[in-house]
Design a protein around this ligand. Structure first.
Ligand code: AHG
Ligand code: MN
Ligand code: MN
Length: 337
């Protein structure tokens, strides 16, 4: 029988290496896992109950909000506010920093999240997920939360991960000591270790990008995408194109198989010259994971984890995945290839 190691056991088993295996982090993770189980339950019955379609509202991103976006956001805010170890939260769906309601116990962690990633796929039963990122506050405890407690560069993250609501529900996360994947056993309601110590292949065989934006890219970006399609590339055969419009799913597939996900800057929307993806709740947490798994994540010239955020919802071009493939992107943008 395969060892049935739960997330809590895995944390305790690695107590010595896991600086984060304190009781406080375990409480945070347990509330997060409960939130994901609640969201997964709703995702799995979407279509049977009234959680499909739009709410009719637009979020701070200017995007139409899906009912499941809003539901997931509410579940996470409610549950995580009660885990007793947070001093602040920030959500892709909320314009401002979310304070912990007065009277609830607080702590020294900051929780940033994309409650539901890949929303455009909700109504057509394609995988979606939740992405999260955890920092320690910088300012002294018992003092008011400052924006600098939340606007921290990705290298300051103490943990990051995602839930994937697909053929199975998975949790993949890192506390800075490698990446591990857990799969929910619905029979017992526990996430069990299924992908220990995930490593991404040095070079992949998949490239993921929305080629519908080709005419909005600059020449260097076009050269990059052409490289991965070219039989004359260093792999001596074209990469396979895989893109399902759900970052967390495209990222997870490339993490396991190897490959590169790209969301370049484009000229479609003058209001979004830096592309669509958000630094704090999408790029930074996945960048921590991919580096912990031996890969790379850049904006085309800088390491994602080195970018000092200026705004909570700032967007960033994202090239993330196998080290040699991301390096090729850097070389082409730098005019070296
Ligand atoms: P979200 O649903 O949280 O807004 O994220 C959607 C993102 C990401 O999941 C995906 O990679 C990207 O949007 C797809 O964008 P395009 O439809 O422009 O390709
Ligand atoms: Mn998203
Ligand atoms: Mn989202």
């Amino acid at each position: 029988m395969t060892q049935q190691i739960t997330v809590t056991e895995h944390l305790l088993l690695h107590q010595k290496e896991e600086p984060m295996a304190t009781g406080r982090f375990t409480r945070l993770l347990n509330e997060l896992i409960l939130s994901a189980k609640i969201i997964s339950r709703e995702v799995n019955k979407a279509g049977l109950v009234d959680v499909l379609g739009f709410t009719g509202d637009r979020n701070v991103q200017g995007e139409e909000v899906k009912k499941l976006d809003e539901y997931s956001n509410r579940v996470l805010i409610h549950r995580m506010a009660r885990c007793g170890v947070l001093c602040a939260m920030a959500s892709e769906e909320n314009a401002d920093i979310i304070e912990i309601p007065h009277g609830l116990p607080t702590g020294g962690y900051v929780f940033i999240f994309d409650p539901l990633d890949g929303s455009s796929n909700i109504d057509v039963n394609v995988n979606i997920g939740t992405i999260f990122s955890i920092y320690r506050r910088k300012s002294p405890k018992e003092t008011p939360i400052l924006s600098t407690d939340v606007l921290q560069k990705g290298s300051e993250q103490i943990a990051a991960g995602y839930f994937l609501y697909g053929t199975s529900t998975m949790l993949v996360y890192s506390t800075g000591n490698g990446v591990n994947g857990f799969t929910l056993d619905p029979g017992v309601g526990e996430f069990l270790l299924s992908h220990p110590n995930i490593r991404i292949p040095e070079r992949g065989r998949i490239y993921s990008v929305n080629e519908g934006y080709y005419h909005y890219w600059d020449p260097a970006t076009r050269r990059i995408v052409e490289y991965f399609k070219n039989p004359g590339n260093e792999s001596s055969k074209p990469y396979s194109s895989r893109y399902i419009g759900s970052l967390v799913s495209d990222f997870h597939r490339n993490l396991i198989y190897g490959g590169i996900f790209m969301y370049p800057a484009d000229r479609r929307d003058p209001k979004k010259p830096r592309g669509k993806l958000r630094l704090m709740c999408e790029a930074a947490p996945l960048a921590m994971l991919v580096e912990q798994a031996g890969g790379m994540a850049v904006d085309g010239e800088r390491r994602i984890l080195d970018i000092e955020p200026e705004q909570l919802h700032q967007r960033v071009p994202l090239f993330i995945g196998s080290k040699q493939d991301v390096q090729k992107v850097l070389d082409i943008y730098a005019g070296k290839a």
